[in-house]
Design a protein around this ligand. Structure first.
Ligand SMILES: Cc1ncc(COP(=O)(O)O)c(C=O)c1O
Length: 388
């Protein structure tokens, strides 16, 4: 007798990371082996490797509407954020104020805190009840003291899309630079550096089907930023260290694939699947809360909480799903999701955050399975759907 077949869990944590697209793996493969040469070496095989890096740079530049010279490959989103904040702030010279939104990723918030310990005046701009940066509050802290404003393009926790073009307009009016952490947006929605008006934009490869440990900082103008890493002068002297060639080639291929996906029916289909998941949960569970609407959201992200459950408890009750809770720790003293707290949500509810994030390959059948598992888990312990 054969053992009963267990189905693989439904992966709904694409905001944490995505699988590397097999076409990306294929594009990278030769650069581990026969095209291993150091791109800085003087012989012909190295020229082939240099060209591959140039092609990847052009592909990523195309995806985000930037000049290829403005794309600097880095070791990922965290590095790009650290560099953008440190170098962007330093470029403000006498300006001592650094403005960040309250819902930034720790890569931004912790760098801002470090700069604060080094003498910067760090100002946090609140978000409204739907998780969108309050532009009027931003306006109040903008003056000629501000060196840099950093507002993410899309929230990693709840997927809300931020008014970055408006932020740029207002920040530039007082002569400040603007950085946006677009780690969660690139590859999911159209991103255009010029339309956003930003000076600096962070890309994280592993959120768009490229490998982990590679990303980019896109620099819109000729800012002459201080490098984060000094050394052999790679990446035009802006990011030293022998290039991670396979990963860079992979990010280039991922950028091409993202451009094609965004131009096709994928995003709309993904949005419909997310909406189906949302309405299945709303219909079955009176005690579900959905965070974000009516604010614009990434089409793949659904952030919920079910009263009576922490996020960790709800997910533990449905092992059929792999999803995120937004916040890593869930001990009783835990204040809950920082994003929900910034939105004014109470700590108990904020501890309940479950982030369901779909991928390009997520199917209707998987969404159905996920909805059924979540409803069963919530009703199993929480009573019936009639209960409020
Ligand atoms: C908004 C945001 N910024 C930065 C990062 C960090 O990127 P990486 O994991 O490539 O360092 C992430 C990833 O979790 C993210 O979601």
């Amino acid at each position: 007798m054969s053992a009963p077949r267990t189905r693989a869990p439904v992966y709904l944590d694409h905001n944490a990371t995505t699988p590397v697209d097999p076409r990306v793996v294929g594009a990278m493969a030769p650069y581990w082996t026969e095209r291993f040469h150091n791109p800085s070496s003087p012989y012909p095989p190295s020229a082939v490797v240099r060209q591959a890096i140039a092609d990847a740079r052009a592909a990523l530049a195309r995806l985000v509407g930037a000049r290829p010279e403005g794309v600097v490959f880095t070791g990922g989103g965290t590095e790009s954020d650290n560099w953008a904040l440190r170098a962007g702030f330093a470029r403000g010279r006498g300006r001592r104020r650094l403005v960040v939104s309250a819902i930034e990723h720790p890569a931004v918030l912790e760098t801002a805190a470090a700069l604060g310990r080094e003498g910067a005046e760090v100002v946090s701009v609140p978000v409204d009840a739907h998780g969108v940066v309050a532009v009027e509050a931003l306006e109040k802290v903008l003056d000629e003291r501000v060196a840099l404003v950093s507002v993410m393009l899309a929230s990693n926790e709840i997927g809300t899309i931020q008014p970055v073009a408006e932020v740029s307009r207002r920040a530039h009016a007082v002569g400040a630079l603007v950085h946006t952490d677009a780690s969660q947006a690139v590859g999911k929605i159209p991103v255009d550096v010029e339309a956003l008006g930003v000076d600096l934009l962070t890309v994280a490869g592993h959120k768009l089907y490229a490998p982990k440990g590679v990303g980019a900082l896109v620099i819109a103008g000729d800012l002459g930023l201080e490098p984060l890493l000094a050394g052999g002068g790679q990446e035009g002297g802006r990011r030293s260290g022998t290039e991670n060639v396979p990963a860079i080639v992979g990010l280039g291929e991922a950028a091409r694939l993202a451009g094609a996906w965004l131009a096709g029916p994928g995003p709309r289909r993904q949005g419909r699947l997310r909406d189906t998941l949302e309405s299945r949960l709303r219909d079955a569970l009176a005690r579900v809360r959905v965070f974000g609407p009516p604010a614009p959201r990434l089409p793949n992200t659904l952030a919920i909480a079910v009263a009576g459950f922490t996020g960790a408890e709800l997910l533990a009750a449905c092992p059929e799903i792999l999803a995120g809770t937004g916040s890593a720790c869930h001990h009783p003293g835990d204040a809950g999701s920082p994003t929900l707290r910034a939105m004014g949500v109470d700590a108990a509810t904020a501890r309940g955050l479950v982030r369901l994030s779909l991928g390009r390959a997520t199917t209707g059948r998987e969404v159905g399975r996920a909805a059924a598992a979540l409803v069963a888990a919530a009703l199993g312990r929480g009573g019936t759907s009639e209960e409020a």
